[in-house]
Design a protein around this ligand. Structure first.
Ligand SMILES: Nc1nc2c(c(=O)[nH]1)N[C@H]1C(S)=C(S)[C@@H](COP(=O)(O)O)O[C@H]1N2
Ligand SMILES: [Mo]
Length: 421
């Protein structure tokens, strides 16, 4: 604990050892706290036995920490999206149970026994793998973020949704276990000496969500994954097998992966032409913005995570990520971008194209704040302001909005989504 933090700590019981040590312990009333002085219900009987919940769920007191959707965004929940409760999470790994979902034709149920993965096309011998086949290839583990290109898309024209979950929750970050796509292409005999410069990947769901990926990326770090955070993928995230395309927009992360075709050119499917392109200021559209640029957001305090403890020590935290690699620095501003303080990064070793947690352990004097965070990545790229992004992209874009977010924190600790100009 730093000295200046110690000085401002609230007094604990006068004369107690805690006060002498200057800890950040909550003040106990002189009359005594019944939670300390009385024998509580949970100490007067027995708890649940070991088999009460063969697969554990979060305790009921955390029932608010769930995915949520915004009903007016899409016509129905089948082709829709929901949002990760990032305001309530810490660290970097997203539990599968609350990781956002995006489906174009609903989440399907596909048994491992019925799973088939086909590789065909230019310069490869057609092959079909069962799930059991895939388990026999050498596998790797990597942590990566998956961000939908539409994340923060509703904020282009002005501050709209009141909560980090809704403005920035189309993202999750998991540890994947899978086989490099390169391994399977080599197994099918791909040797680079053909016209096969692309792969077209599609899912087994009705939408198929087909996308073209340049061969260079396919041979680099793309994974054919069958585990996330140590366990089987959840149905909604593509059970039993999904594609992991590190650093690139979520739409390319094909769920329920069914087929990989080696082609000479991009297929120009729906998802890479009329969708997931960016309308620029001059009215033209930019396609193939695959890499997700560096971005960050303060998750607490934020509208769904207000300050409830009054002035004094305050932990400001959030997350940062970049599709180009490592996050090297995150700055936090309390005054809408006039002055900046450098945040402390959580564990970063080995984390590339993965979420990085940041903390600013600070003192809040109880006055209003315009809270912002600004990420920098290993390429030297600095997360832009909304105004800078609009200069290049105009007002009609939806996808790929990585601008700096502002939360207005009021004197009572409540926070709201605002825009500074
Ligand atoms: N087969 C298939 N794959 C898919 C989709 C889909 O609808 N069908 N949606 C895509 C989109 S737009 C995104 S953002 C990610 C979301 O992955 P998640 O649902 O695991 O969060 O999956 C992608 N892969
Ligand atoms: Mo997406």
């Amino acid at each position: 604990m730093s000295d200046d933090l110690k000085l401002s700590r609230r007094a604990v019981l006068a004369g107690s050892a805690a006060a002498a040590a200057g800890t950040l312990a909550t003040q106990a009333r002189a009359e005594g706290d019944p939670l300390i002085t009385e024998v509580q219900e949970w100490a007067s009987g027995l708890g649940e036995g070991v088999d009460a919940t063969p697969y554990g769920l979060p305790i009921e007191f955390e029932a608010d920490v769930v995915r949520r959707n915004v009903p007016w965004l899409t016509a129905d929940p089948i082709s829709s999206i929901n949002f990760t409760p990032i305001h309530a999470l810490d660290g970097t790994i997203t539990p599968q149970g609350c990781a956002f979902e995006r489906h174009h034709s609903g989440a399907i149920e596909l048994r491992k026994e019925d799973y088939r993965l086909m590789i065909n096309g230019l310069g490869v011998s057609p092959l079909v793998f069962t799930y059991a086949d895939l388990e026999r290839f050498p596998r790797e583990n990597h942590v990566y973020f998956c961000e939908c290109a539409a994340n923060t898309g509703m904020e282009w024209a002005g501050a709209q949704l009141n909560g980090a979950q809704f403005t920035h929750g189309m993202i999750h970050n998991m540890e994947y276990t899978g086989i490099p796509l390169r391994t399977l292409l080599n197994e099918a005999g791909y040797d680079g000496a053909t016209e096969g410069r692309w792969v077209y990947v599609e899912g087994a769901d009705a939408s198929s969500n087909g996308r073209s990926i340049p061969m260079e990326k396919a041979l680099d770090d793309v994974l054919v994954a069958f585990k996330a955070n140590g366990e089987a993928l959840r149905k909604e995230h593509g059970y039993p097998v999904r594609l992991v395309v590190p650093g690139w927009e979520g739409n390319m992360w094909i769920k329920w992966l069914r087929r990989i075709e080696v082609t000479d050119a991009a297929v120009e499917s729906r998802e890479e032409t009329s969708k997931y392109t960016d309308t620029l200021a001059d009215g033209t559209s930019r396609k193939w913005t695959w890499v997700m640029d560096a971005k960050s957001v303060v998750t607490s305090p934020s509208p769904q995570a207000p300050i409830t403890h009054g002035p004094g020590p305050l932990v400001i935290t959030g997350m940062a990520w970049s599709g180009h690699g490592r996050i090297t620095r995150v700055d936090v501003s309390k005054d809408g971008g006039i002055t900046w303080e450098t945040a402390r990064l959580g564990r970063t070793q080995g984390d590339t194209k993965a979420l990085t947690r940041f903390y600013l352990d600070t003192e809040w004097d109880g006055s209003e704040m315009l809270l912002q965070s600004r990420a920098m990545d290993e390429t030297g790229y600095v997360q832009p302001t909304k105004a800078q992004l609009r200069e290049v992209r105009g007002l009609n874009s939806v996808y790929h909005n990585n601008c700096i977010q502002t939360w207005h924190v009021n004197t009572d600790g409540s926070a709201e989504n605002v825009e500074v100009s």
